[in-house]
Design a binder for this molecule. Structure first.
Ligand code: ADP
Ligand code: ZN
Length: 719
């Protein structure tokens, strides 16, 4: 019996509807067309080849550079009842033989393989025999030297189309730029392919930029507010990751660092522990991430400014892949820009290349300094038109105001002039605020006319405004002279009063937070608190199951699925299967365990007369029924009418519980009711009063309902 793509989505993945473009892409693949799919990380690329794989004849070969990831991907597919396997160097030769055997038998639907493996030995010859129905090329940008992650071994894929001219190819990537895109098509020899570009918007990611002061302290506050939620902190240097991790450990957080300098064994251990939710926080260089498919990363912090928007977007994209809300934070100060500029200037790159890198860095700076919706800036970077503010970035939540800051600018600039353009940020702020520290006194700066003219502003305000002055070109900075500030033509105009300066009003972090909290509901409603507690219970259960199976928790259920479960509290098979992400196989393996947990939670939290869980009443009836009590006794125990108990049992039967309805009514009564019902053409869901009357009130409503339900059940399909 063949199923269509919507049924496959529900059956194998537990989802009710496709995300934008997925359905079109699947149709195209099913029509044997080559295609190129561009979707952001977490956009839902996998489904685009996994559904064709289960619907199509033959084997789908998935080429992926990420060996470490294959195991989890295959595990997840199997967990959903799809036969999948991988072939790579981590398998013993006996294991490899077994995979080849399954492929040959034709039972295997998906085979994951690394590109170097594809063209080694006689793999290609085997593939020829195995009836390959589709090639899926994941991370397809790796084939292009224009992309940001060129891998020479991917180049071999150029020969694929020649060797398998009849097999359709679907190439997938999260890298959007046009040059790379065109190159992928050319390299793969699929120039005629249909290209699908999905929106790069990830509305579930909140975007935030925080001033780069007291970063460690801010991070600790942040993590405390995200208790138990896994997250990644990206740092520029290896040393940085170690320091930050050490300070978090000291503060009692389960944090570890990760960088390319770590010994390989240690690296994979840390990664594994993070995947399994045993470590909450990973502090890493950008070496971490590729090859991480953890869908329940709930936040990403950039301790330092990334070098370009693509990298930034890819890194924050690792948060919230399951579609549940996730937070991103970028720390930013003008020093970050300087560091990055120095790195470019001191690199071995050609002059052209350096110019390009500076231009890219500049776009990153625009994001960090934005005083309009940050998502607009990101999406416009990816050439996407946006017609509204997102409401989920710090600028949207704290709209910026501009004010005439000419006097502030003049104070700062004159401070620079009076010190013969020799001071850098810290010293300038001290002069403006009139701090009598040793350096100031030694240099005699306390005798300057500008000393203390800016005491009305706090240090952090000055830092912010001076950064803005730099950014707007009203003054310069000399990196090669200990970052001292310099005046330029614009500065002189401002000093002479010939030019006005506008700045964006500084909002102290505390105030921003206060405002955000004001916008959030003051106290959680009671319902919510119970739900959170239930979520934690379900999360613990998920972890136990995952550990016993040796898989990461998100392979059991995603955070999104778990949170919907905590919200809707399903207690029957039908209710459980209606939750997004509960596929048939998933239900079979874990459904009852989770239902039991929800039921026992609900019992512990139910006060007499309240109803926390819809359907709990059925479960109580079910338990008594299973314990062997009769309808009458169940009714007495529960203080409910037997008719109600019968209706519970009928409903439970419909939900798939093993209830022997026939045993609840004697055959003579059953026949009599059914005969009358047949004569009157009354069916299960019709009003039964006429039946009750025609039978001279010999049977009660419960018995009539029961008989109709049994009849319906036994005669299904014969109608
Ligand atoms: P990508 O490979 O593009 O980074 P994935 O294929 O891993 O993204 O999908 C990201 C998440 O979205 C996964 O948890 C996946 O199960 C989920 N997902 C994919 N398609 C749908 C859909 N139609 N409805 C709900 N969730 C989906
Ligand atoms: Zn916004």
């Amino acid at each position: 019996m063949s199923i269509n793509k919507d049924e496959a989505l529900k059956k194998y993945f537990g989802y009710d509807s496709f995300r934008p473009q997925q359905a079109e892409i699947i149709d195209m693949v099913m029509a044997e067309q080559d295609c190129l799919v561009l979707m952001p990380t977490g956009g839902g690329k996998s489904v685009c080849f996994q559904i064709p794989a289960v619907l199509k004849e033959g084997l789908t070969v998935v080429i992926s550079p990420l060996i470490a990831l294959m195991k989890d991907q295959v595990e997840a597919l199997r967990g959903n009842g799809i036969d999948a396997a991988f072939l790579n160097s981590t398998l013993s030769s006996a294991e490899q033989d077994q995979v080849m055997w399954r492929a040959k038998l034709g039972t295997l639907k998906l085979l994951y393989i690394a590109p170097e493996r594809l063209f080694s030995g006689n793999t290609v010859d085997f593939l020829k025999e195995w009836n390959v129905g589709l090639f899926a090329i994941d991370e397809a940008h790796c084939i292009s030297s224009w992309g940001h992650d060129f891998r020479p071994e991917y180049r071999q894929l150029s020969g694929l189309k020649l060797r398998f001219p009849k097999v359709p190819v679907i190439a997938l990537t999260a890298t959007a730029d046009r040059v790379t895109r065109r190159d992928i098509l050319k390299q793969l020899g699929i120039e005629q392919a249909e290209t699908f570009v999905a929106s790069f918007d990830r509305p579930n990611l909140s975007l935030n930029v925080l001033p780069g002061r007291k970063r460690l302290q801010q991070i600790q506050n942040f993590i405390s507010k995200h208790e138990g939620q896994p997250g990644i902190i990206y740092c520029l240097s290896r040393k940085g990751t170690e320091t930050v991790a050490a300070s978090l450990q000291k503060a009692g957080f389960r944090a570890e660092f990760y960088h390319a300098g770590l010994e390989a064994g240690k690296r994979s251990r840390v990664q594994e522990q993070f995947l399994k939710d045993d470590i909450q926080v990973i502090v890493a260089t950008i070496a971490f991430g590729m090859g991480i498919d953890k869908s329940n990363v709930r936040w990403v912090i950039h301790y330092n400014l990334p070098s370009n928007v693509e990298s930034f977007y890819q890194e924050i994209g690792r948060a919230g892949r399951d579609g549940s809300p996730a937070d991103t934070v970028l720390f930013y100060s003008y020093m970050d820009i300087i560091t990055r500029q120095d790195m470019i200037n001191n690199s071995e790159q050609s002059a052209d290349q350096k110019e390009l890198l500076h231009a890219k860095l500049n776009r990153m700076k625009q994001y960090a300094e934005a005083d309009i919706c940050r998502r607009r800036i990101l999406l416009s970077y990816f050439n996407e038109a946006v017609d509204h503010d997102c409401g989920n970035c710090d600028v949207c939540r704290n709209p910026r105001t501009r004010f005439d800051a000419t006097v502030i600018a003049q104070k700062a600039l004159s401070g620079i002039a009076r010190t013969e353009q020799k001071v850098a940020m810290g010293m300038l702020i001290d002069i403006l605020r009139g701090s009598r520290n040793r350096n100031i006194l030694q240099l005699g700066y306390d005798r300057l006319p500008t000393f203390g003219v800016g005491h009305d502003l706090r240090g952090e305000e000055w830092a912010e405004y001076i950064s803005q002055l730099l950014n707007s070109g009203v003054m310069d900075i000399a990196y090669d002279e200990a970052h001292s500030f310099k005046l330029n033509a614009a500065s002189r105009q401002v000093l002479k009063g010939e030019r006005k300066v506008e700045l964006v009003k500084f909002i102290p972090v505390a105030e921003r937070k206060a405002r955000e909290e004001e916008m959030a509901p003051k106290e959680k409603p009671k319902q919510e608190i119970i739900r959170d507690a239930l979520f934690e219970r379900l999360r613990t259960l998920r972890k136990q199951i995952a550990d016993s199976l040796g898989v990461p928790p998100y392979v059991v259920f995603s955070d999104a699925t778990l949170s919907e479960m905590a919200q809707k509290k399903p207690v029957s098979e039908a209710q459980m299967k209606a939750i997004s992400g509960i596929a048939t196989e998933k239900y079979r393996r874990f459904g009852e365990t989770f239902i039991n947990e929800i039921v026992s939670f609900a019992r512990e939290n139910t006060k007499p007369g309240t109803r926390v869980v819809q359907g709990l009443t059925y479960i109580e009836t079910l338990d008594l029924y299973k314990a062997g009590y009769s309808v009458k006794v169940i009714g007495e125990k529960r203080n409910l009418n037997p008719v109600t108990i019968i209706s519970h049992l009928v409903k439970l039967k419909e939900d798939g519980h093993p209830i022997d309805l026939r045993a609840l009514i004697d055959d003579h009564s059953y026949q009599k009711i059914i005969k009358a019902a047949g004569e009157m053409s009354i069916r299960k869901n019709d009003p039964i009063k006429p039946l009750f009357e025609i039978l001279n009130e010999e049977f009660d409503y419960g018995q009539i309902k029961l008989a109709l339900a049994i009849w319906e059940e036994e005669n299904q399909g014969s109608l």
